[in-house]
Ligand binder design. Structure first.
Ligand SMILES: O=C(O)c1cc(=O)[nH]c(=O)n1[C@@H]1O[C@H](COP(=O)(O)O)[C@@H](O)[C@H]1O
Length: 233
């Protein structure tokens, strides 16, 4: 069976746990995601550990945000690990995004528009007035103009972003929760089925899978529900 378009966020405190989660979920999902918690503790070795024997696609989520020269150097430093995706913050601006794109020709640079943990009130507090969707659309257009071929947004904005950037751009949505699940620190959320129906290409899901007693079964369950949605019987 084709693995589901899900990136499981391996936000674990230690490498053994992350590698175990990766092994349990990789039969069911296309991608595993390494973020700041694991990468800052273990460095580049973590990539090989979670890739394991399966060779599953790895998404490196470092959310780089600095001046263009520094981001180019940081991107070059990790490009040799050949992650399928590497995140940068779109708010770093077009020159920074372009620097990352040029520094990693074999990796898709994914520009994070507005973090899924932020509400409209949070955005107003940091000086971004207006609904999140306006900022997301603006940052999405800017990122694609700077050469990004992948974008990160919440499922609530994915339909608007798709309308803005067209079909060729990979849209990645965290802030995904199965029906009835706790949204925890996520503010702009939707179900996996809704995110896919609205145009997402890859769903980032962490704790609803890794916090389950059986992460393999949790991943398989969500993958099966997505298959039912895309091919209703
Ligand atoms: O870039 C990301 O992956 C990301 C962007 C964003 O706006 N929101 C967001 O939650 N993420 C990541 O997606 C994952 C979501 O995890 P859960 O909330 O446990 O499903 C975490 O690893 C976050 O770092």
């Amino acid at each position: 069976m084709t693995p589901a378009p899900i990136a499981v966020a391996l936000d674990a405190p230690d490498l053994e746990t992350a590698a175990r989660w990766a092994a349990l979920v990789t039969p069911h999902v296309s991608t595993v995601k390494v973020g700041l918690e694991l990468y800052l503790r273990y460095g580049p070795d973590v990539i090989a550990s979670v890739r394991g024997a399966s060779g599953v696609q790895v998404f490196l989520d470092l959310k780089l945000h600095d001046i263009p020269n520094t981001v180019a150097g940081a991107t070059r430093a990790v490009a040799r690990l050949r992650p399928a995706f590497l995140t940068v913050h779109a708010a770093g601006g077009p020159a920074m995004i372009r620097a990352a794109v040029e520094a990693a020709p074999h990796t898709q640079i994914a520009a994070v528009t507005v973090l899924t943990s932020l509400t409209d009130a949070d955005l107003a507090a940091v000086g971004l007035a207006g609904p999140a969707e306006d900022a997301v659309r603006r940052l999405a257009a800017l990122s694609v103009g700077a050469g990004a071929r992948a974008l990160v947004c919440s499922p609530n904005e994915v339909a608007a972003v798709r309308a803005e950037v067209g079909p060729g751009i990979t849209l990645i949505t965290p802030g995904v929760r199965p029906p009835g699940a706790d949204s925890q620190d996520q503010a702009r959320v939707a179900t996996p089925e809704q995110a896919l129906a609205d145009g997402a290409d890859l769903l980032v899901i962490g704790r609803p899978i890794t916090g389950s007693a059986d992460p393999g079964a949790a991943a398989a369950g969500i993958a099966a529900s997505l298959r039912r949605t895309s091919h209703p019987v």
